[in-house]
Design a protein around this ligand. Structure first.
Ligand SMILES: Cc1cc2nc3c(=O)[nH]c(=O)nc-3n(C[C@H](O)[C@H](O)[C@H](O)COP(=O)(O)O)c2cc1C
Length: 333
């Protein structure tokens, strides 16, 4: 079963210690003990989303996940977290095998601190030059993630990143591809280009084992690819971090808020720092509101363009088997 796919995934499986080189990318609030352990128990690789968690909460999350699976899983840390050093210490204490550094260039010393306790480090890189630099300075694997993905995104499509990065890096390095993958056919294509595996988020977010609120899941099942849009920046003075999410009332209110703050700025009623802070804080807590409270109108329903291929609640193991079957069929063709 799945011989061709597994042969192409071999390096990825060896690196992750899994049966399949399929990662479920960390999703804040969604990727907690239940989904993470389900992915790992099904032969994939689950990753705990640390997000803005405190070290204590992360510690609880790791211990709880270990209680649900004996298989390998990773922890995703956001590089600009003010307590990054303490979070790494928690990972060290619990002998976490893989740490994913997300959300920007890893600060000096962080890669070494993770490797010092024997864990493998996965990083993201927006450009080929930066990818080479990070790999030279000790990162063990790279995830290239295109703009089709859900959540915080870069500007370039996965298909283009794959063409830029894989021919240069795939032979000598461990490279996973993420963003916009909804079917196994696409997995087969990236494996054939040299990727050792893939990372999916959107496809797994509403699995049976996901604790996301029923309203959040329903919004996913109803949505088409074109509903998963990027946040729009209205004023060049007020930076907006690009996030892909389902368009809703919140997205409209965000546009209105930006106009309102820009006007206050023009009128001299707020200074630049305060204006930028107001924009930055608009979405604070919004993902939690959508995922946990089910507020899909004003919350942030982060989703990738592959959301159109997510139509019902399915157990993680079934999703993984479908992906593997589709990949194998594509490779057999
Ligand atoms: C709801 C949601 C939340 C996410 N949160 C995070 C996060 O906290 N950290 C992170 O590195 N990536 C996050 N991502 C990105 C995923 O880890 C993954 O890379 C992405 O979903 C892959 O693309 P896809 O959505 O097209 O499958 C999130 C994605 C979604 C859909």
């Amino acid at each position: 079963m799945h011989d061709k796919t597994k042969a192409l995934m071999k390096r990825g499986c060896d690196f992750l210690g899994t049966e399949y080189a399929i990662l479920c990318g960390a999703m804040s609030w969604v990727s907690e003990r239940n989904l993470v352990s389900a992915i790992s128990n099904a032969g994939g690789f689950g990753v705990i989303a640390c997000g803005a968690m405190t070290p204590d909460l992360l510690e609880t999350g790791i211990a709880a996940t270990k209680a649900l699976t004996a298989k390998p899983f990773g922890v995703n840390l956001i590089t600009m977290h003010p307590m990054l050093v303490d979070l790494i210490a928690v990972c060290a204490k619990h002998r976490v095998s893989h740490v994913v550094l997300a959300g920007g260039i890893p600060p000096k010393g962080s890669v070494d601190a993770i490797k010092a306790f024997g864990a493998k480090v996965l990083v993201f890189a927006p450009t080929l030059a930066l990818a080479k630099k990070l790999l030279r300075s000790g990162a063990d694997a790279l995830v290239i993630e295109g703009s089709e993905a859900g959540g915080h995104i870069g500007p370039v499509a996965t298909s283009v990143l794959a063409q830029e990065f894989l021919p240069e890096l795939a032979e000598s390095h461990v490279v996973f591809v993420a963003g916009g993958i909804g079917r196994g056919d696409m997995i087969a294509a990236y494996l054939e280009m040299g990727a050792v595996g893939v990372q999916l988020g959107t496809r797994f977010a509403c699995a049976t084992e996901s604790i996301a609120h029923p309203a959040f899941k329903k919004a996913f099942f109803r949505a088409n690819a074109r509903d998963a849009v990027t946040s729009v920046q209205v004023d060049p003075r007020l930076p907006v971090i690009p996030v892909r999410a389902l368009k809703n009332k919140g997205s409209e209110e965000f546009t209105a808020k930006q106009r309102e703050v820009a006007l206050l700025l023009d009128q001299g009623k707020v200074d630049m720092g305060e204006a930028q802070l107001q924009i930055e804080h608009f979405w604070a807590g919004a993902l939690r509101r959508a995922v946990i409270d089910g507020d899909v109108e004003s919350g942030s329903v982060m989703a990738g363009q592959s959301v159109g291929m997510v139509n019902s609640e399915e157990p993680v193991a079934d999703i993984i088997q479908q992906l593997m079957d589709q990949s194998e069929a594509a490779l057999a063709r």
